[in-house]
Design a protein around this ligand. Structure first.
Ligand SMILES: Cc1ncc(COP(=O)(O)O)c(C=O)c1O
Length: 432
């Protein structure tokens, strides 16, 4: 049986035996080598990779700090939960290589993580995901040695995935690794992602204003709970697509932010820890992604350091931009200042989305310089109050702020974490 790193080693790879760590680093050149299990860490290559988005892009004083997850072995930190869930099951004797097939229900990155982790640990991996997910996702699963079972629909058709998984669960040799209910997912972020965020903010010499995460499984947002232990004034900001506002108003619908907004509240989501709920328009995320990916020159012309703008071309996916837009809204809502870091994550990088931007260009035409300049308003023009149409000169698609403060009127540092959430749950029940 193959075992990889412990939680403590993923949190702090310097605890890994030095010779093994050296071998793991050399294995980076061979992505399918199981030694890469020891690269399952935010700090596998040294300090945590991150970028800080400046005021000239965001229009807010608070530094928006984005942890970049594309250095994980599959190009997304979602491989961490896939590994953690499997490792816990192996330790508990619930599955063994050669005996069991692993089934990963997913809309993408968790499944890609499962396709990578399973074969590296001697298992057959079967990934169940919607047929309309990006072509790049399907290719990656197959490249890593996983098998695909496609279900009808798109990002928010999670029920269809679970209908299929229900059938697969009946076979004795199958083991379902469900990220929505397995606490290995929660624990990875509570211990590892939180530590990464805490270290970055400490090294920047900032305070912690907020931790922001759009929910898929709601694993990543568990980092916010751990951060609050050290920084009780840090707000935990949950994010949903405007088109699929499940916690916001029991709404649901198809949207284009791959990886989040799955039309349900997951078993591992501790909603009691939420301070603020923010909804973000999927079209803004796509347009913002195109600006960050193709608009370096325009960004440099607008005052972003050229080298910094160039570094953004590859580190964001759609949900990373969604997180950034929510972070800006949160910073503005709380009136955070230059010493209050708002931390979020870019769960994956651009490599998964060329086909998505090609589709956007087919729909809207290519992004010329004028259009790129206009798209700066996607970031700077996000404003909180007022009616539709007053969004920094740019028509507001969603109309209104789409933001729910669960402790209205309280300053971040004075907030009681429970008062607001009870109100949220009341709302949720009342509207069901
Ligand atoms: C691209 C992307 N962004 C965000 C998320 C959401 O992360 P979490 O499942 O930890 O809530 C996912 C989850 O699969 C994802 O694939």
């Amino acid at each position: 049986m193959i075992f990889g790193p412990t939680f403590a080693e993923m949190r702090d790879p310097s605890r890994i035996r030095p010779d093994l760590r050296e071998k793991a680093r050399a294995a980076r050149a061979r992505p399918l080598d199981p030694l890469n299990l020891y690269n399952l860490s935010w700090k596998a290559d040294g300090p945590v990779p991150y970028t800080v988005l400046p005021e000239v892009l965001t229009g807010v004083w608070a530094p928006i700090v984005v942890l970049s997850a594309r250095h994980f072995p599959t190009g997304s930190h979602k491989v961490g939960p896939a590994y953690s869930i499997l490792a816990e099951k192996q330790v508990e004797g619930q599955c063994a290589p050669g005996e069991h097939t692993l089934v990963f229900p997913s809309t993408g990155n968790f499944g890609i993580g499962g396709a990578w982790v399973g074969p590296r640990m001697g298992y057959r991996s079967l990934v169940v995901l919607p047929e309309e997910m990006s072509a790049e996702r399907f290719a990656k699963i197959r490249d890593y040695g996983g098998e695909v079972m496609a279900t009808p629909g798109s990002e928010s058709n999670v029920k269809e995935i679970y209908d299929k998984v229900g059938e697969l669960r009946a076979a004795a040799g199958n083991r379902v690794l469900n990220q929505f209910e397995e606490f290995g997912n929660y624990r990875f972020h509570f211990h590892c992602t939180a530590t990464a965020a805490l270290e970055v903010v400490r090294d920047l010499g900032l305070g912690f204003g907020a931790f922001v995460s759009a929910m898929g499984s709601a694993g990543t947002i568990a980092a916010g709970e751990a951060i609050k232990r050290d920084h009780p004034g840090c707000a935990v900001v949950a994010v949903e697509p405007v088109q699929c506002p499940t916690l916001y108003n029991v709404g649901f619908g198809a949207h284009r932010i791959e990886g989040i907004g799955d039309k349900h509240v997951t078993w591992i989501h501790n909603v009691w820890a939420t301070d603020l709920l923010v909804c973000v328009d999927d079209q803004d995320c796509l347009e913002g992604l195109q600006l960050l990916h193709q608009g370096s020159e325009v960004l440099a012309g607008e005052g972003v350091e050229a080298q910094v703008a160039a570094s953004w071309t590859d580190i964001f996916g759609i949900s990373g931009v969604c997180n950034v837009l929510a972070a800006i809204k949160a910073a503005r809502h709380y009136g955070l200042g230059p010493k209050d870091a708002v931390v979020t994550v870019a769960t994956d990088g651009f490599d998964r989305y060329p086909s998505v931007l090609q589709r956007l260009s087919r729909e809207q035409g290519p992004m010329n310089r004028d259009e790129a300049r206009r798209r700066l308003q996607v970031f700077r023009g996000l404003h909180l109050g007022g009616a539709a149409g007053q969004d920094g000169g740019r028509p507001a698609r969603a109309g209104g702020p789409r933001l729910l403060d669960l402790a209205p009127g309280a300053r971040v540092r004075d907030r009681s974490p429970h008062r607001g959430t009870a109100w949220l749950i009341g709302q949720f029940r009342a509207r069901q």
